[in-house]
Write a protein of this length. Structure first.
Length: 75
């Protein structure tokens, strides 16, 4: 998964760079596909990859977590 995300990131940035610096009649489309690739493909894949083994209850503030934070402050 890590290599797929890296490959898609490089591909998206290369598409944006080719759109800016290339002399193609489709340069705006290359820029657009690069931006779409980053924000609609790479970012969700990266977020899923980083959060797949995490417990969401650890990141929600409730009474139990507030008590833990207060105990950590006292130390």
């Amino acid at each position: 998964m890590k290599y797929l995300i890296s490959f898609l990131t490089i591909l998206s940035f290369a598409s944006i760079a080719y759109g800016y610096f290339g002399t193609s009649e489709f340069s705006q489309k290359f820029i657009g596909f690069g931006v779409v690739g980053i924000f609609l493909v790479v970012f969700p894949l990266f977020s899923y990859h980083r959060w797949k083994d995490k417990n969401m209850k650890d990141y929600i503030i409730n009474n139990e977590n507030l008590k833990k934070m207060r105990d950590n402050e006292k130390r």
